[in-house]
Structure formats: C-alpha cells, structure tokens
Write a protein that binds this ligand. Structure first.
Ligand SMILES: NC(=O)C[C@H](N)C(=O)O
Length: 322
C-alpha cells in the first residue's frame, strides 16, 4: 500500500459556516482524514489553515518547501495538498515548476464546506490519495484532482465559481470510473527549476488587463510604483489598445520585464496584429506567455526573478519554461 503524506493548507474543504459570519477554514488535516478509507498508510501535517484567497507568495514558498522536503523522504510514495480552489492553480503551478521527483503531488479541495449536508471534500480527498499513490501516475509531476477528474497543474484554471468541478484546462491524465482510477495519459514535464528564494515573498509581479477604452495609466503606475515585472493580460491572441506598445517599451527600458498573456480563458498568445497589437507589443520588448494564463505566467515570472534572473535574461529564460 502506498504511503501518502497529506499537507493541509485550508480552503473550503477545511471550512465550516459556523454561526453566520461567513465560512472560515478551521479543520486540521487530521480532521479531514477522518472520512478517508485506508487511513493507515496516510500521515498528515498542517502547513496553514486559511482560505486560498488570503495567500501571499511567502505562503506558496512555504508550501513548496514542505512538499519538496517530503518528496525526499524514502517513506513517502506520494504527496497530497488540500487547498482552497480560488488560487489552487497558482500554488499547483509553482509546485510543478520546482518538482524534481518521480513521485506524484496531487492538490485537491472542495466546493462545499465540511459542515454542508453533502460535502464533496471527502470524496475528492479519497481520489487525490488514490492518484498520488498510483504507480501508473509516477512521473506525472503535479496534478489537480477534483470531482472524478485528474489534470495537470500546468494549464489548469478555476473556470467556474460554483460547479462541482470548478477546474478545466491543463492535460487530463486520469478519471475515476466508480472507485477505479483510469489513467489516460501523462503530461509533458520540463526541467525543474530551483525552489524560490526568500526574495519570492515580496516580489511584485502585477497583472494589468486591457479592455475597450483602457488607458495605460494603471500599467505606467505599476512601473513607477516599483513593480518587478508586469503581466499584460491582452485581448484575444495578445493585443492592447493605443499607447500600450509605448508603455511596454518604456517599462522594459526601465528594467521592468513585461509578459504578454491574454484575458481570453483558453488558447495561446500568438502575436499577429500591428497597430498596437501583439506584434507591436513584442517588438516593444514584451515576452509572449504562450499558453500560460496571466496568473500562472505571474508565478513563473516571480520564480525566475527570485532566482536573480536579470531583466536582460528574463525573456530568454521565461521562454524556456512558459
Ligand atoms: N472552494 C474553495 O476552496 C474556495 C475558497 N474560497 C478558497 O479558495 O479558499
């Protein structure tokens, strides 16, 4: 039987509605395990107990350090992290970028609180433990298990606020058929990056979104306010309106790298248009995020900057891991 380390961080899976002040994460990982079958082969530890909407980059670094250390333990065959769904895609992607083990890491959570009449957390946790211990999924890196589907962390995003399975995207690697895990494919993995340095905690990578009528004011303000990098969530294949190409050029000249992503939920950034479009933004120095959405692009940018990647090297190194 596979030995699985479970780390609790909070989220709805650990939350209770209590007496009307709004649901708050309070259950320890030990409590989450109570609903689990085959508990003998599972050990738990709490890293945090909070809603994922409250996390800072320092918390993500802490989670990555716990997970990494646990993967080095010969007694551990796989790791599960329970986590709020709001920002699970960010933590999962950071873990994936630094993942350096054949063992599998699986994040899961819940959409209904632990004290709801029909909580989904216990089932999700059961499936995550199964996936983390599956010999067939060794080498799959970091995954998200939710409501019967297991997908890669890279490319996954919370795509629905309330659906039983809020996650979409990434590469589907397995699904449940009753109590059985059916593995359908393994995601491509990249060379692991080092863990974030402590600089990660305070790195400022701001996301600026474009929309009809958007001025460059917020973008320019981010640069003068000291942003270490900016992710521009452009429209469509990666475009922006009047003034943005000039602002990108001026940010890059000041040593603030710019990543061009898209506000469109699915599909790659493909610089195509002039007249301020993606072709001009890239000419001005922005580096396209390829398939990375703004939130995962931001995590990669912050990780690279925490390693001391210079603004000059940033576009090349970012391109290797996007
Ligand atoms: N379903 C959830 O877990 C949402 C919760 N607000 C969180 O991200 O912590």
């Amino acid at each position: 039987m596979a030995h699985i380390q479970i780390f609790g961080t909070g989220g709805t899976i650990a939350s209770r509605k209590g007496s009307g002040t709004g649901a708050v994460a309070s259950d320890s990982a030990e409590v989450l395990l109570l609903g689990l079958s085959g508990r003998d082969s599972v050990v738990s530890q709490d890293i945090l107990t909070t809603g994922s909407y409250r996390l800072g980059l320092g918390d993500l670094r802490t989670i990555a350090e716990f997970v990494n250390k646990s993967l080095e333990d010969e007694q551990v065959d796989g790791v599960v992290v329970t986590h709020g769904t709001d920002t699970m895609e960010e933590t999962a992607f950071l873990l994936d970028l630094v993942h350096d083990s054949p063992k599998t890491v699986v994040l899961t959570g819940a959409q209904r609180t632990a004290d709801s009449p029909n909580p989904d957390g216990p089932r999700n946790l059961e499936e995550a433990v199964l996936a983390a211990g599956s010999p067939e999924l060794r080498g799959a890196g970091v995954l998200i298990a939710f409501s019967g589907y297991i997908r890669s962390a890279r490319g996954a995003r919370k795509a629905h606020t309330t659906a039983a399975n809020p996650f979409a995207g990434g590469c589907e690697v397995a699904h449940m058929a009753g109590d059985e895990l059916i593995v359908t494919g393994l995601p491509l993995t990249r060379r692991p990056l080092p863990l974030p340095s402590s600089a990660f905690d305070t790195i400022r990578v701001e996301i600026v979104t474009v929309y009809p009528g958007a001025t460059t004011e917020l973008f320019d303000y981010a640069v003068t306010a000291g942003a270490d990098a900016i992710v521009l969530a452009g429209s469509g294949v990666g475009n922006a309106g009047p003034g943005f190409a000039e602002s990108v050029a001026s940010a890059v000249a000041r040593g603030c790298p710019v990543v061009l992503s898209t506000r469109t939920p699915w599909g790659p950034v493909v610089p195509t248009y002039g007249n301020g479009g993606g072709t001009d933004l890239v000419s001005a120095g922005a580096v396209p995020s390829a398939d990375l959405n703004p939130f995962q692009a931001r995590i990669l940018a912050a990780l690279l900057l925490s390693h001391g990647t210079s603004p000059r090297d940033f576009p090349h190194v970012f391109s290797l891991y996007r």
